[in-house]
Design a protein around this ligand. Structure first.
Ligand code: ADP
Ligand code: ASP
Ligand code: MG
Length: 439
């Protein structure tokens, strides 16, 4: 079996949806599990709708749904060719929109919001399933809510996912095409929830890992993982091969092509991931696997925004032990992950991207010494082979950013990463300058 995940643009129009079947048919696996995102733009529209409902702006909410409903009426009208196909699709769309309109009279909490956000993937998968049906192709539409589960810590429960996805698949031993929703899941309270924005990649990786498939394919709108962010840097190039660690670092540190956590399950269960381009079927894309091929090179650069740096300056740190433990415990109490850290004898700087509990964290840290914060920072992550015998790379990196104010530098934490923290206003310049110097 292979898992094939298609992103928002790959299901973004009736023409694109018609392209999916030939792509799936060109695969060699005996069975295919197709994971779909919502049609591009839909999740954003549903986020806007939820904001309107939360603010009780019901008129504006209704107008927003009218606009979306109209869009899907046109979409289905174009995608379906037969009167029966059109009618079945319209009945389904009407049902979904009835649900969206119905929240006008409810107390709209985050619980309702998560139900609204789930509709994008429910729509795209059902339309694809009906499209195949219209073409006389058999497929089974599985509800991701029957097997995708996150626990109290919002962590996916892979054992549950394995057991229950297998149970669903085993119901149809002779079927070879399965379709399910990316992004959506149930949480520990049994409510509809999701794997955060861009989460369909994570669904694909979790299912691929749980089911031990031969390959997880992520079909998107670009010809592979590029060596820098193509949205900000000209002349970026696709990378033929990344190992799991390189891909995990790059996506965790901002490469939008993959959800930040999506490499972890594939890495843990050693399932290769292939990134492919739905608009360019000839492109070979990027293979992510356990093998290392990029020796003694700098592989790629990525950037992650929305970072806050915190410096704690304390004379108590001098010659003391146990100080860092106390600092880390503050972050642990507030369930706030730390990304980068640098220390001197009398101060420690670290970065976080979740600022929900920042005031409480600062208040506790102030009991150790002086605390300063800088927000609107970006981590620039340079991934490559930086084993200790490969000297010289750090010099090239620092030379490339010599005109940029650097708040922190982290080198040596792992053998494949150099990270820099810069004010976000300098991010694009840093990415471009590094690109010109390194590639
Ligand atoms: P999908 O909707 O298929 O999930 P995304 O928009 O989430 O697609 O991801 C693909 C986009 O990621 C590309 O169009 C590109 O603009 C952006 N991107 C950012 N960094 C990279 C990178 N290093 N390599 C390739 N694409 C990247
Ligand atoms: N539809 C969701 C989003 O836009 C999930 C995804 O596309 O991966 O974030
Ligand atoms: Mg995506």
């Amino acid at each position: 079996m292979k898992v094939l995940k298609f992103g928002g643009t790959s299901v973004g129009s009736p023409e694109r949806i018609e392209q999916l079947l030939p792509i799936i048919k060109s695969q060699t696996a005996d069975k295919h599990l197709v994971v779909l995102s919502a049609v591009s733009g839909t999740t954003n529209d549903l986020v806007t709708l939820s904001e309107l409902y939360s603010k009780k702006e019901n008129n504006a909410a209704r107008k927003h749904i009218d606009f979306l409903y109209n869009k899907y009426r046109i979409f289905t009208h174009e995608l379906f060719k037969t009167p029966e196909g059109k009618s079945e699709a319209h009945t389904f769309i009407d049902q979904i929109f009835e649900l969206l309109y119905s929240f006008e009279n409810t107390d709209f909490t985050t619980r309702e919001e998560r139900i609204v956000l789930a509709q994008g993937e429910i729509i795209s998968t059902t339309l694809f399933h009906l499209h195949l049906k219209e073409k006389g192709i058999s497929s089974i539409l599985l509800s991701a809510l029957d097997f995708m589960l996150i626990d109290h810590e919002n962590e996916p429960d892979i054992d549950y996912i394995r057991e229950y996805s297998n149970k669903e698949l085993e119901k149809y031993p002779h079927e070879n095409m399965f379709i399910t929703q990316g992004f959506i899941c149930k949480n520990a309270q049994g409510e509809t929830d999701n794997l955060r924005r861009g989460g369909s990649d994570y669904t694909a990786s979790l299912l691929g890992a749980a089911l031990q498939v031969e390959e997880i394919q992520i079909w998107t709108d670009i010809d592979g993982f590029h060596n820098n962010d193509p949205r900000y840097v000209p002349n970026t190039k696709p990378i033929a091969h990344l190992n799991f660690d390189e891909a995990a670092e790059l996506s965790y540190f901002g490469a939008k092509i993959l959800h930040p956590q999506s490499v972890f399950p594939a890495r843990k269960f050693n399932v290769p991931v292939r990134l492919l381009d739905t608009m360019n079927l000839k492109a070979s894309g990027t293979l992510i696997s356990g093998e290392t091929t990029n020796q003694n090179q700098i592989v790629a650069i990525a950037a992650k925004d929305g970072i806050t740096a915190i410096r704690i300056q304390s004379s108590r740190m001098l010659m003391a032990y146990g100080f860092l433990r106390q600092v880390f415990e503050v972050f642990e109490r507030y369930k706030t992950p730390i990304d980068m850290i640098t220390t001197s004898e009398v101060a420690v700087s670290l970065t976080i991207d979740q600022t929900e509990y920042l005031p409480e964290i600062i208040e506790e840290l102030e009991s150790f010494g002086m605390v300063e914060t800088d927000n609107d920072q970006s981590i620039i992550c340079i991934v490559g082979d930086f084993k200790k015998n490969n000297h010289g790379h750090a010099t090239i990196v620092s030379e490339a950013v010599k005109h940029i104010p650097i708040r922190m530098i982290s080198y040596g934490g792992s053998e494949n990463n150099i990270s820099l923290l810069v004010p976000s206003s300098y991010k694009i310049e840093a990415l471009r300058s590094l690109h010109n110097r390194l590639f």
